[in-house]
Design a protein around this ligand. Sequence first.
Ligand SMILES: C[S@@+](CC[C@H](N)C(=O)[O-])C[C@H]1O[C@@H](n2cnc3c(N)ncnc32)[C@H](O)[C@@H]1O
Length: 230
Amino acid sequence: MKPQFITTSDGSHTIYLPEMDEQYHSVNGAVTESNYVYIDKGYLFHESKTPKIFEVGFGTGLNCLLTALMAEQQKRPTTFYSIEKYPLKKEITDQLNYGELISEEAQTLFKNIHDCSWNKTVEISKYFKLIKLNADLLNIELNHTESCDIVYFDAFGPDKQPEMWQPEVLKKIYTFTSAEGVFVTYSAKGVVRRQLTTCGFEMERLPGPPGKIHMLRGIKKDSAILLQKK
Ligand SMILES: C[S@@+](CC[C@H](N)C(=O)[O-])C[C@H]1O[C@@H](n2cnc3c(N)ncnc32)[C@H](O)[C@@H]1O
């Protein structure tokens, strides 16, 4: 079955997969949700001057685009790893309206983000480097020497794709996160929160984007800081 386009409340597109009965973003505004959950609560919250981000689920490239725009605005050199098992076809991504909806700069960035090769480090713009990994999160070995500061956990929902939210997968990501690293996700499920706490993240439930009461943010506390606290 072909992916279908939905226009969400703020006018931005998302993609709906009929076979899964799942969409890539909230119908209450795709750009609004991405900006709120990943940019405001993740990217802008972390204090690193040169953040490294790891995104689960490249999808439409919307989170990537909004991060690139913010990196340029803040002149903040940013490295963005994004893993995707099922890249969308160009005929689909070409029709997404994010660039035209946001700005001319966004249009150019979005084109560069989609046109660049997979599995290579590419300089998309002055302050934004992208590594799109065409791989399966469930099988990939994450190299711990390359740990990341901010995790955008944007998998399909735990009800639709439970294997992505298993404790072993979350633990792998926890190990890959640097001390004081931040984990953000749109999901606020109790089971997700408990599993992330078990992994070692200090979790907080934040007010959610439009249409959602809550979202989750976790911080990987430096074990030395935790010991001092005890
Ligand atoms: C909610 S969408 C991501 C939306 C995306 N962040 C965006 O800005 O458009 C979830 C994504 O996870 C991808 N995915 C599903 N299973 C995966 C796996 N095992 N490994 C990596 N990516 C996977 C899907 O193909 C889909 O693109």
